[in-house]
Unconditional design. Structure first.
Length: 178
């Protein structure tokens, strides 16, 4: 079975438990923290993937690293470790976040701009582009990219909306080369 399918099964199970306990916000916050740790810390990942390290020791490391997290979240991590699925923890987090976003009708968006966006600019972008992807709003992460020259570039899931000056110049160059 592919990693994506397996990750989705774990994410759906955790999502259902979070929904039943009316603790979706808490679980999502914990899952986002776990995802950040697993994507930004290669040392932590390699430690958990070390085949010489006993499963109980791996569980103890995870429990210490994520103290204060709900028991259900920790149990999910322990289950993944028991089944030697440490490599899909970040994928499970992605799937869980996607399920939570779908339930709320929001989408995560990365907006590249030449300067930091103001709150009103973020709200305007959210209102315009949320409807284009069938959502009620966007959760925007703003990344400053001075190579854009001007304008903005959005990434929502696997869709890209490029309204940057650099993107327009690149499209114009392709037209002229034809």
């Amino acid at each position: 079975m592919s990693k994506g399918i397996v990750a989705k099964r774990y994410a759906v199970a955790l999502f259902q438990l979070a929904s039943e306990q009316n603790a979706l916000d808490q679980y999502e916050e914990e899952i986002r923290t776990i995802k950040q740790v697993f994507t930004n810390s290669d040392e932590f990942q390699s430690l958990l993937r070390n085949p010489k390290l006993l499963v109980d020791k791996k569980k103890a490391i995870v429990t210490d690293a994520f103290q204060g997290f709900s028991q259900m979240t920790l149990n999910t991590l322990h289950l993944l470790i028991d089944r030697h699925r440490e490599d899909i923890i970040a994928d499970v987090a992605d799937e869980f976040i996607a399920l939570a976003n779908d339930k709320r009708g929001i989408a995560d968006a990365t907006v590249y701009s030449v300067r930091p966006l103001t709150e009103s600019e973020e709200a305007g972008i959210s209102s315009v582009f949320a409807s284009k992807v069938g959502k009620s709003s966007l959760r925007i992460q703003n990344i400053v990219d001075t190579s854009l020259i001007g304008g903005v570039k959005l990434r929502i899931g696997n869709r890209i909306f490029d309204g940057s000056v650099k993107g327009k110049l690149d499209r114009l160059e392709r037209e002229l080369i034809r």
